[in-house]
Structure formats: C-alpha cells, structure tokens
Ligand binder design. Sequence first.
Ligand code: MIC
Ligand code: SF4
Length: 643
Amino acid sequence: MGKTLAQKILDAHIVEGEPQKGSEVALRIDQTLTQDATGTMAYLEFEAMGIPRVKTERSVAYIDHNTLQSGFENADDHRFIGSIAKKHGIYFSRPGNGICHQVHLERFGKPGKTLIGSDSHTPTCGGLGMIAIGAGGLDVAVAMGGGAYYITYPEIVGIKLTGKLSPWVAAKDVILEVLRILSVKGGVGRIIEYFGEGVKTLSVPERATITNMGAELGATTSIFPSDETTRAFLKAQSREEDFVELSADADAVYDKIIEIDLSTLVPQAACPHSPDNVKTLSEIGKIKIDQVCIGSCTNSSLLDMLKVAYILDGKTVHPDVSLSIAPGSKQVLGMISRNGALGKMIEAGARILESACGPCIGMGQSPNSGGISLRTFNRNFEGRSGTKDGQIYLVSPEVAAYSAIVGYLADPREIGEMPEFKLPEVFDINDNMVTLPACECTAGDVEILRGPNIKPYPVTAPLADKIECACSLKVGDNITTDHIMPAGAKILPLRSNIPEISKHCFTVCDVSFPARAKELGQSIIVGGANYGQGSSREHAALAPLYLGVKAVITKSFARIHKANLVNAGILPLTFKNEADYDMIAEGDVLVIENVHAQMNSGCEIVVTNKTNGNQFTVILEVSDRQKAMLYAGGLLDFVKSNG
Ligand code: MIC
Ligand code: SF4
C-alpha cells in the first residue's frame, strides 16, 4: 500500500514506536525554532538540562512577539535570548528581521525535514513540504538537546484540490473553507495533507497561508507536496540546493478525503469570535468597519503586500477606518520599499508597523470600544485584540485592503480585472539581521545576559498518591489558551516571570481565580470540550502549576495544551461519561485515592466528589513515557533523572 507524503516524512524520522494510528512515536527533529514570548522559558529549560550545544541541523531563535518595549522586560528577554543563542549554537534572528514563520519559510525551511517550534503556527513551513509542528517550549528545549519529539501517530486527512482560484479569491478563503467544513476541533489527532491538480496553481506563500491556519483546526500539522513551484521558490531564495521533490504515492490511502474545487470558492470571513465561524461576504452583508489590520504570520508575504499595494494605489483609506500594515519580514519590507509598493501604502494613509506580530497578539492597535476590525490574521478569540468587546473578522488581504478604502466589509471582486501577481525570480537576500552563534571554541566565553524579570522555572514535586482538593474553576467548551493565560501588551512582558504572570491566569473568565487558587493551595480545574485550543504557550500550564493546580478534568483537550500539562506534571483527565461534567460545581471537593495504583492499572481513574457524594470515572489517556513524566513531576524532572 502506498504512503501519503506525511507518512513518508514521519516514517523516515521515527526513532521509536510503530507507525500505527493512535500509538505514540518518537521523531528525530532536524530543525527547531523559538520566538521570544515562549523563548525565554524554553532557553531557561534548555539551560537546566546542562547541554552545551544544540544537536539539531538548524535551530533559530526569533524575536518577533514582544517588540513593544514599554519597560525593560522585553528588551532584557531579547538580550538574554541573543546571548544564550550565541553560546549554545543557535542562529539569532534579531528584532526587525521579521515574524518567525515568515522568515523560516523564506530562509531556513527545507522540504522533507522535521521542524518543531515553540509556537502553534510552526506548521506554516508545511507549505514547503516539511513536517512542521507546534510544541511547548520544554519539548523544543529537549529537541534542541538532541532528544526526540513524541506525537500520537496521526490520521491523515487528504484535501484534494481541483480547479483554480477565481480573481480576487485568495488562499485565505481556502483555509476558511476547510475551517468551515472541519471546525476548530476537526484536525485534532490528524495531519491535513493537500494534493490534487489544484496544488500547482498555488504559490509557496499561498500554501503557507493554508498550512499556517491548519493550527486553527487543532491539527498536528498540515503539508503540501514539494514540487516545481517549491523549487522555483527556493531558487528565488538562492537555496535551490535545499529542494527535493516530494509527494504522496499514487496509491496512498487517506483516512478521509475532502474535495475542494478552488474555482467554486468566493471571498469569506471568519466572524467573531472563532476562526471556524465562517460565512461568505454576501451572507454577512456590508457591515461598517472601524479598523483594518494587514499582516501576521498568515498573510504578510511579498505576494500579499503586492496585492494590497495594488488595491490601495491612488486611493485614500476611508475616513472612518484606521488601516495598519505589518509586512512579515525584513525581506518583504525591504523589497516593497524598493519597488514602490510601500510608497503606495503610505500615500493611501496606511499606518506602517514593524515586521513583527504586533496587533495579532494584542501588541498595539487594539480597536475602539465595540469596534469592528477586519484582520488578515488567524485568530479572532474574544478579547485577544486587547479590546474586550472588539468584533474581529478574519479575512484575506484582498478583502482587507478593499474594505479599508470603501469603509465597509466589501467584496474585492468589485474591483474588476485582476492583474497577474507573480513572485520574483530572485528575492533580495540579506541575512545581516541573523546573528551566527559563536564557534565551539569560543562559546565558553560568552556571557549569558539576564535581567531582573527573568525568574526560574516553577518548583515541581513528584506526583502525590492522594489528591484531595477543591474545584477552583469550572469553565465551558472551547476554552483557548488566551483565556487561560491572556497575552497583550501588558501581560506579555511577564512571560519570563511565572509568579507575576500567574496573577493574570484565567482572569478573562474570572478575575478572582488567581487569588482563590493560591489561597486554596491545591485545586482542580474542570473544563468542557477542546480545552486549551489555540497557542502553544506553556505558560497556560506553568501558571496553573504555580497556582497549585494538580489536575484538569475536561470533556476533551487540544493537542499541544495537553502535552504542556503533562510536561508540567499536571494530570490531564477526561470524563468517561460527559454527563458527569454537570455533576460538579465550583468549590466541590474532589478526591482521587491511590493515584499511582490507579494509573498503573490502566487508563481509568475513579474520582469522588466529597461534596455531593457522587463518584465518577475519568480517563488518563497518556503513554507510559508520559506516565513516568507525571510521576516525576514533569518533563524537566524526568529528563534530569533519566539523563
Ligand atoms: C499566538 O498566536 O497565540 C502566539 C502568541 O503566537 C502563540 C505563542 C505564544 O503564546 O507565545 C502561539 O500561537 O503558539
Ligand atoms: Fe505572531 Fe500572530 Fe503568528 Fe502568533 S499568530 S506567531 S502572534 S503573527
């Protein structure tokens, strides 16, 4: 039986385990990436492992998230990451060089290789034919040290693309369509693999938009074949030698196939407050808008910027609208500054932002109260923009730019004929903002530069044999990591300081949670389905760890967050019978007796609700390796005691 492309790359990288759906496999990791908001913690963890030099083929540390330096904290983090990168053999992409995923796609990603990154949108490089997976910082630290990365061998969903996109319909509309079909839970435990005739009509940056937002499906990753289009892209980036042709076997068997005829798609938007709340523009209607933000790792490529500049050329941004544009990388910004496209944006009245995440992570540009904001980003979770009642719609750059001019959500097909937008045959290449690590002979002399806000990893303890504590919080379905550990300009500078950042844990849902949890000393959180969807931030596990959370009981978990909980030594439990969710109230005392014996004898664990006398069963669906980690108090303790 033939293999899918994802299976081929996975199987070539398995160092332990069998390639069988649902079973755990260990993968050799060729490349890693970190960004600054997760990076400081990841490098503190790497340091704690005591490994002098990274063992990967390429590890890159990016500074792109916390670039608004309203105090010393972010600048201290940048300096710390720069120094640790230099010492331990990691390439350092300085602030100003661009968003990690855009730069990695341009300069480092290689077809056929494995990449893990401490950011959930790492699958962007799947657009180049890589297996690129988002992970917690601790997993990335282990991989940098040469350790394997463990995943559950996934199902492979094949998306067969036929036809060709109509003018002014974009790659963003393709992934919005997939989100509409599969929902934010539809990718859990799966890799999404694109194939079919339609693939060759999409450029690498367009493919990357699609794989980027596979994160919003909850998928392990998404991947496109590596073909002549990939070769042309790599050649234009002066790295044709990185090209290998890769595709699925003709008789590959997918677990499920979805067919999308690109020519039938129309412009669409994900409406507030979920990326899968997708409607066509005509279904939504011509709503008046207050703000437009163009950029983010989803839609900030040169091609996107050229289309935006064309639409804005000679026009003025509508008087009631604020338009901001953040080109994705120094390469993109430099090229549009030289070819005139940037001038067209500036003349139209766009507010040009630095090449960084910016508004996407609430670092500035929060909309006005109740403001309607169109964004080319990938997430529109409630409050993420920094304005609690902001109404965020996710759209293509084409829709965003045209709407910015007319002042309402508008269909760019009204513009009329679309010129052909082509990628250049040669990109301008200047890697001067990537600092190379010190050579092994001088690395010992490099001093690690720390700041007062950089605090150590929280204290952990081996798993106790009896857990008896109150339910400190009960939440509903689809809780995101932005609920658990909010981001934004005020909180992000605390990423290196778990005691401080934990004061904001879950405050989006309940402002009294951090104080209550701290006072209880130990507690359990109860949640609904798809708990922990969204980002890879391990802070969503480390803050609860610091606040004494021993277990989280839910209807189901998102992949990365579940792994982060295990890494932090917190039990991720799911209800055997979902109806038991209704039998727990906040404040109820829950008891798990003989934790070790129950864990040893299988995956079912009995919990007693001491407050109402109810007894129910929960499932601990983890591998034996993860059980060992949980006994030890988390991955860091496990690594330290197992070498
Ligand atoms: C995000 O888009 O939510 C982030 C910020 O990039 C996160 C990482 C983080 O929280 O630092 C992600 O997607 O993993
Ligand atoms: Fe940055 Fe936004 Fe991409 Fe996250 S989703 S990496 S915050 S641009």
